[in-house]
Design a protein around this ligand. Structure first.
Ligand code: FEO
Length: 172
């Protein structure tokens, strides 16, 4: 089975986007850990792992098609953050960028009648709905609970609970 050069590039670009997302979440986890936000650190370490699994899905998909996947170098992410709320906002923004990229690939697949890639991307379309919802929910908490030290402590606990929810990597 063949995919177009355009689709191949898009899939390889997505591999890089997922790898960078993983690194960004790792930097956020590390900052949370050093700042004393243990629950948030646990949450972002899990999140980083999840993004690595996403990256691997693209690598395997390309290799399964006999198109050798390009393993990306990763950019060094920001390592200093203003606040936990800033981190969540940045994470939501990043997820929105990923969603756009996934939707763009779906459109290419539709246009090119590439049914295999279209089917492969379906999992990611659903995953992005969940990812955005997750960060939107956390972001809402700042409005609901507050931004003082006690409120942040509560939100940190919520993130800790969320980190314990098993990851659906879609792996069979
Ligand atoms: Fe793999 Fe959270 O996008």
């Amino acid at each position: 089975m063949k995919i177009s050069p355009k689709m191949k590039k898009a899939l390889n670009d997505q591999t890089e986007l997922e790898a960078n997302a993983s690194n960004t979440y790792l930097a956020m986890a590390s900052w949370c850990e050093i700042t004393g936000y243990e629950g948030s650190a646990a949450f972002f370490y899990v999140q980083a792992e999840e993004e690595r699994q996403h990256m691997l899905k693209f690598v395997h998909y390309l290799n399964d098609l006999g198109v050798s996947a390009k393993i990306p170098g990763t950019k060094s992410p920001a390592s200093n953050f203003k606040s936990l709320e800033t981190i969540i906002k940045t994470a939501l923004n990043n997820e929105q960028i990923v969603t756009k990229a996934i939707h763009n690939m779906v459109e290419i697949a539709q246009k090119e009648k590439d049914h295999s890639t279209y089917a492969f991307l379906e999992w990611f379309v659903n995953e992005q709905v969940e990812e955005e919802k997750k960060f939107e929910t956390v972001l809402q908490k700042f409005g609901l609970i507050g931004r003082d030290k006690l409120a942040i402590n509560e939100i940190d606990k919520i993130l800790n609970t969320m980190s314990a929810i098993p990851i659906d990597t879609g792996a069979a």
